[in-house]
Design a protein around this ligand. Structure first.
Ligand SMILES: Nc1ncnc2c1ncn2[C@@H]1O[C@H](COP(=O)(O)OP(=O)(O)OP(=O)(O)O)[C@@H](O)[C@H]1O
Ligand SMILES: [Mg+2]
Length: 271
């Protein structure tokens, strides 16, 4: 069995793995504006699975991700990671946002070890430099350790941000439209990189996206959300082999998944 095939088998679909992340009856109202953002969210992410959520703007996707990350509390319901309630930010949860948000005065390497420096101090961060170099190599940024963010392209900065997310070895990756600012070619490339990293790390990933093809090509499961108050109105299991390749976008099955999700979204609102 080849390494890639073994990884693919180990990262089998959501039905077969061990549940690591669970949400039960999660709802969220923003009291100040008496705005009902989310309702009745039930979710179970299995180890090593890749899931996406897609839905109209303002339906509560970022709110959901912030609740999952422990950044804001739900108004109702429970969030559990490895059977323990998520009540604040945790080291085993990695997050990535639309913008890379690297500090301009720090080098790539210094940016990557920043979470360690914040948590454990400068000496601990220095001790992680070799690991940070290995991560840079993993994402194809070898040789850019000492550049400042202004000397990196948008895609390279996003790749550095991936390394910064991975340095604490999180078991779960929560991604809020991380590549939406990139051009289509860079985005395709980054999607394949993300898949490779997730397979290598056996990470459990949860991605918010506005792109139906991106959701389908990356995911074992795609959750379609209704307009606000957001809830899952359809769960689509994507039965395409891993590792996925961009060629699969021409597979008739791929087109079927895209059409099914598009039709569900069209019933509710625009993307
Ligand atoms: N801190 C907050 N206080 C009050 N209302 C908020 C707050 N954050 C978000 N909202 C509201 O909650 C709703 C959902 O916002 P959220 O950012 O979760 O949407 P989204 O699905 O991520 O949208 P987009 O696709 O545009 O990023 C919106 O109506 C927004 O105005
Ligand atoms: Mg959002």
């Amino acid at each position: 069995m080849t390494a890639a095939r073994r990884l693919a088998t180990e990262s089998a679909g959501p039905q077969t793995g061990r549940p690591v992340y669970e949400l039960h009856g999660v709802a969220k109202s923003y009291a100040r504006r008496s705005l009902h953002a989310l309702q009745k969210i039930d979710l179970s992410l299995t180890e090593g699975s890749f899931s996406s959520v897609i839905g109209p703007s303002g339906c509560g996707k970022t709110t959901l991700l912030k609740i999952m990350a422990g950044l804001i509390p739900p108004s109702e319901g429970g969030v559990y990671l490895e059977e323990t309630p998520v009540t604040g930010t945790r080291q085993d949860i990695g997050m990535m946002f639309q913008q890379a948000t690297l500090f301009p005065w720090r080098t790539t390497l210094e940016n990557i070890v920043l979470p360690i420096e914040i948590r454990d101090g400068k000496a601990a961060a220095r001790a992680k430099h070799d690991e940070a170099r290995a991560l840079l190599e993993l994402v194809g940024l070898k040789g850019f350790e000492n550049q400042r963010p202004s000397e990196l392209s948008g895609g390279m900065a996003q790749r550095a941000a991936i390394c910064r997310m991975l340095i604490t070895k999180p078991a779960v990756l929560l991604l809020d439209e991380p590549f939406s600012a990139l051009d289509e070619l860079s985005r395709d490339f980054m999607n394949m990189e993300l898949q490779r990293i997730c397979l290598e790390r056996k990470a459990t990933a949860f991605l918010i996206t506005h792109s139906i093809p991106e959701a389908v090509i990356l995911s074992d499961t795609v959750y379609v959300m209704s307009p606000r108050p957001g809830t899952f109105v359809e769960t689509v299991h994507v039965d395409l082999p891993r590792p996925r390749t961009l060629d699969m976008m021409t597979d008739p099955k791929f087109g079927d998944y895209v059409r099914r999700i598009r039709a569900r979204l069209d019933e509710g609102a625009f993307l």
